[in-house]
Design a protein. Structure first.
Lengths: 294, 449
């Protein structure tokens, strides 16, 4: 038996055990969309009545969509957008939406859209190839986090809601990405490759006291705080493909909440703290699912 | 569904785009087309009855895919873990789990080299597809597919050289030049066919027929009258090209077996699902069907355009920014699923041994992570995958150095030698190549055979 076969055998056995453990939690996830188009970055807003997410509507462009959760009605969030827009995030009240916006060839800004006044401000990229990533709005609507690469390293920045006075929060040797505020706005969770593969870290909102939460030779990415601030949902490849996990903020009680040969990705919490909206690939189609967690 | 041409029609729900010729699943399915005698003779001598050239346009990083360097310094290795493959001792990036478990089906070359130390995508693409870097333009060397198509001919009504794309390949809006017949003549250019993520097959050049309704397109005379009216707006070369394309498309429409090869609805839902709902995934399934129909050369392009983000252009592998994110979020998952499904079905349908699959970009990407936390162009060392066509799987040929910057051992595999090897396996012998005056100076990659 080759090394690969042995690894596969152990992986299958472990998967069977894990599958039994999580079967209850995976019972009947609610499928929210059915068009199968590649989707990314869903997020609840307006007291969970609305879902905002990005779709790759064709080979050329990502577009932001909004879903009325009660009716299932889906429409474009920004009908007049002429370039790609993706990686949306929303303020708690749903008034503000921040996202990455394509401006030109390999040039992307971080845009903050006031849905009430229909106005938009941007943190512009420098000239040449450059772009921001992964915005996140603070609970009090005063700050926006994002990731930006300069000098070979990609770090976490914060700006105000007017897209002014950006400030660098991290200074690591790796790639820092996917920042998100805790519910009280005092902590920030993010992913970083500073120690090798991507892992999950937490720091104070001023960038101090960085603590590593996960340890895996494979990537742990896209973390987000639970509504009570006690847990973190994230994506990990530690068991062979992209799956959703939940862990306490001190790194304890790691729980796998999806188990499928296809991809499970992009977790975002419902405000009840008991469900996650995720993007799952099933039979080659990417759709939104609402998933109960243990 | 095969859709040719389109027009706007009013329906009860408003104006919608409709195709003027649509063929659905009711069409008879019958593959295994009879070719002409000359083609059959040429095909008989070929180890590879069909070639599928998977072109990862934009140039994927070799370090983040098939040649990871987990022990390199952090400014090189990137953030991805590595996974074992079915080939003992060989690891791939964690982004390619499905391809990793099929590594016994292909040979990985880790010492491809470009012949240009500089130059962007249009030139890099020309080098990748012709084997030659030429100045000044226009490019005269034919692409590999045109050489094989000229030698092997058509398969019934099916053209001998398909390029699966939604349009002519571009880089930043600039057309790649080396993707056609060159001095062999434009009659040997590829026949372009695109695929939507839902698997609707389209012929991009037929967009010139925009505005024609089915009632006006029911015979050649009506069509030609329409075209004559438009000739003033087209240069003569474009009209000739279009006329040839239309002629081919018309023949395709009249031949039920040829139509069948282009009709993905004849595949089961489960089969289509295994390739994924993406343009590339469904195009890979189309490539399989064309190989089953014994089309000599199929260029399966990941995208029409190479840039990762360029307004109005398809998202390709040119990741000067967001390299790690795009590989992880979109590029590798789509590729991994479709490529592994293609390998499975070629085997399951019994045509792997006489179908050659070659997969590569036009070059690699910088081993050292750039100032933008991504990777730029790198021609000194990159990868290619080779499956079928008599090539033994489960091997790695060539070893790159500690940081993936240059070949360390094994052959330096140029694109000229890639093209020469493809041509040889497809039955274009050294004598035939000499008579056509193509791929001059190229040698077969002995280590592969």
């Amino acid at each position: 038996m080759s090394f690969f076969d042995r690894v596969s055998t152990y992986a299958v056995a472990a998967s069977i055990v894990l599958m039994c453990a999580v079967q209850q939690s995976l019972a009947n996830p609610q499928r929210l969309t059915s068009d199968g188009i590649l989707k990314a970055s869903p997020v609840f807003c307006k007291s969970d009545s609305e879902l905002i997410y990005a779709v790759l509507e064709n080979a050329e462009r990502y577009r932001l969509m909004k879903m009325n959760v009660a009716s299932g009605e889906i429409e474009s969030l920004r009908k007049d957008a002429t370039t790609a827009e993706f990686e949306p995030t929303c303020s708690r009240d749903g008034r503000y939406c921040a996202f990455v916006r394509q401006r030109g060839v390999l040039s992307l800004s971080m845009a903050i859209f006031d849905r009430q006044s229909n106005s938009l401000v941007e943190v512009l990229p420098p000239s040449g190839f450059a772009g921001m990533r992964s915005p996140a709005i603070s609970p009090d609507n005063s700050r926006v986090l994002y990731s930006f690469a300069d000098g070979g390293r990609q770090q976490i920045y914060v700006t105000n809601l007017q897209a002014k006075d950006p400030m660098k929060l991290t200074d690591s040797s790796g790639i820092d990405n996917w920042p998100g505020f805790s519910p009280d706005g005092q902590s920030i969770v993010f992913g970083s490759s500073r120690d090798g593969a991507f892992e999950i870290y937490v720091m104070q909102s001023d960038g101090s006291e960085v603590k590593r939460i996960t340890h895996s030779p494979f990537q742990d990415i896209r973390p987000c705080f639970s509504p009570d601030g006690k847990r973190i949902a994230f994506v990990s490849h530690r068991d062979g493909n992209s799956e959703i996990y939940v862990v306490n903020i001190d790194g304890s009680s790691l729980t796998r909440v999806t188990n499928h040969a296809e991809r499970d990705d992009y977790p975002a919490w419902h405000s009840d703290g008991k469900r996650l909206v995720i993007v799952s690939e099933r039979d080659g189609q990417h759709d939104l699912y609402l998933l109960k967690i243990p | 569904m095969l859709e040719i041409g389109n027009f706007r029609a009013r329906t009860c729900s408003g104006i919608t785009r409709r195709s003027f010729l649509e063929f659905g699943s009711s069409l008879p399915a019958a593959l295994g087309l009879a070719g002409d005698t000359a083609q059959a003779q040429a095909s008989e001598t070929a180890k590879a009855k069909s070639v599928i050239f998977v072109f990862l346009w934009g140039a994927p990083s070799h370090l983040d895919t098939f040649d990871p360097k987990p022990n390199a310094p952090s400014e090189y290795r990137g953030p991805f873990g590595t996974i074992p493959t079915r080939t003992p001792g060989v690891h791939f990036s964690e982004l390619l789990p499905r391809t990793a478990v099929r590594s016994d089906r292909f040979t990985l070359v880790r010492t491809n080299v470009g012949i240009s130390s500089s130059g962007g995508h249009p030139r890099g693409g020309t080098v990748a597809l012709t084997g030659f870097e030429e100045m000044p333009e226009p490019v005269q060397q034919p692409t590999f597919g045109s050489i094989i198509e000229k030698h092997r001919g058509h398969t019934g009504s099916l053209p001998g050289f398909f390029s699966l794309t939604n349009g002519k390949l571009t880089a930043g809006g600039e057309y790649i030049e080396g993707d056609g017949g060159g001095f062999l003549s434009r009659a040997h250019d590829p026949f372009m066919v695109g695929c939507s993520q839902q698997g609707v097959v389209k012929i991009p050049s037929m967009k010139l027929l925009k505005g024609l309704s089915p009632a006006r397109i029911n015979d050649r005379r009506t069509l030609l009258a329409h075209l004559n009216a438009d000739r003033a707006t087209l240069d003569s070369e474009a009209v000739r090209d279009w006329g040839r394309t239309w002629g081919t498309a018309y023949d395709l429409m009249l031949d039920s077996t040829a139509r069948s090869a282009l009709d993905l609805t004849q595949e089961s839902t489960a089969t289509r699902a295994r390739y994924g709902q993406s343009e590339f995934g469904q195009s890979a399934l189309l490539a399989l069907r064309l190989a089953e129909a014994r089309v000599p050369y199929i260029q399966l392009n990941y995208s029409r355009d190479c840039d990762a983000f360029n307004p109005g252009f398809e998202i390709g592998w040119d990741t000067h920014i967001y390299n790690f994110e795009l590989l992880q979020d979109q590029l590798c998952p789509i590729f991994d699923r479709a490529f592994s499904a293609l390998l499975d079905d070629l085997s399951d349908r019994g045509i792997m041994d006489d179908t050659l699959v070659v997969c590569m970009g036009e070059f690699g990407r910088t081993p050292k992570i750039s100032n933008r936390a991504a990777r730029d162009h790198w021609t000194k060392c990159y990868f290619s995958l080779w499956a079928g066509g008599g090539i033994q799987g489960g091997r790695v040929i060539g070893e790159s150095d500690r940081t993936g910057q240059e070949p360390h051992s094994g052959p330096a595999v140029t694109t000229l030698n890639v093209g020469t090897t493809i041509a040889e396996l497809a039955g274009v012998t050294s004598q035939a190549r000499a008579e056509m005056k193509v791929l001059e100076g190229g040698t077969v990659i002995d280590e592969l055979l």
